[in-house]
Design a binder for this molecule. Sequence first.
Ligand code: NAP
Length: 269
Amino acid sequence: MMNLFDLTGEVAVVIGATGVLGGAVAEGLGLAGAQVAVVGRNAERGEACANRIAQAGGTARFFAADAIQRDSLRAAHRDIEKALGTPTILVNAAGGNDPKVTVTAEHSFEQIALDDWKANFDLNLVGGVLLPCQEFGPGMVARRRGSIVNFASVSAHLPLSRVVAYSASKAAVLSLTQFLAREWARQGVRVNSLTPGFFPAEQNRRLLFKEDGTPTPRAQSILDHTPMARFGEARELVGAALFLASVKASSFVTGTDLRVDGGFLSQTI
Ligand SMILES: NC(=O)c1ccc[n+]([C@@H]2O[C@H](COP(=O)([O-])OP(=O)(O)OC[C@H]3O[C@@H](n4cnc5c(N)ncnc54)[C@H](OP(=O)(O)O)[C@@H]3O)[C@@H](O)[C@H]2O)c1
């Protein structure tokens, strides 16, 4: 029987593969046979991710790019085409919350500065999805072959307290995903999103853990609200990402959002 998750012959660009979740997905794609372009700003973490994939028998290279700068993405795209070929898979994992746009007892909603709000939208929506799709989408459309996986959040579905700009920008990620799914459906390009629940990573460390490593009251309340009563581990996202990335596994799936959240969004009381 055909291996539904075999990605041999695919070229996968993973933006934010320098981070915890993007890195795990990049490794999963590499082990499934795709050639992987590990993209981000941090060269040390990017090279380390590419090396892990190579050591496991895959093919990967790090390409430095700032996702919110069109020119920077374009330069990385040129290098990726030369080194690996035309991308057929794009995973948009760059993103995160920013304490400057987080509501706290000392920093109210009304005090959020417009520039800080815009910067968080730039990260999660513009660099997180818009510019990479504008940069890599047309090559996929031209070849009539492609899968794009955008990272959303549980906060895109119903906004969590405090993380107001993050929630609004991730809700916009769902909308843009569905827009592009419809736009490119007849041109062989599928566009879906992945909603991770709570996975300890760099961008949320301060919200989840105190300096001594114990959970913050917010983390405890997240765990109390998660039917599986635990955080996710990055490797637990890989199967869902492979499913959406692989045309053999999900050829009729576009415009959907796949939740990997331990049941968080199914919980009420
Ligand atoms: N962890 C969770 O619980 C969780 C839950 C829901 C959704 N998510 C989403 O999952 C995605 C990955 O986050 P993570 O949790 O793995 O956090 P992370 O480890 O902090 O990774 C964030 C990534 O974003 C990249 N990034 C930030 N600004 C960038 C820019 N201008 N250009 C290119 N890359 C940039 C960072 O790379 P460089 O520093 O190298 O640029 C890093 O690789 C994000 O979209 C996040 O919102 C995470």
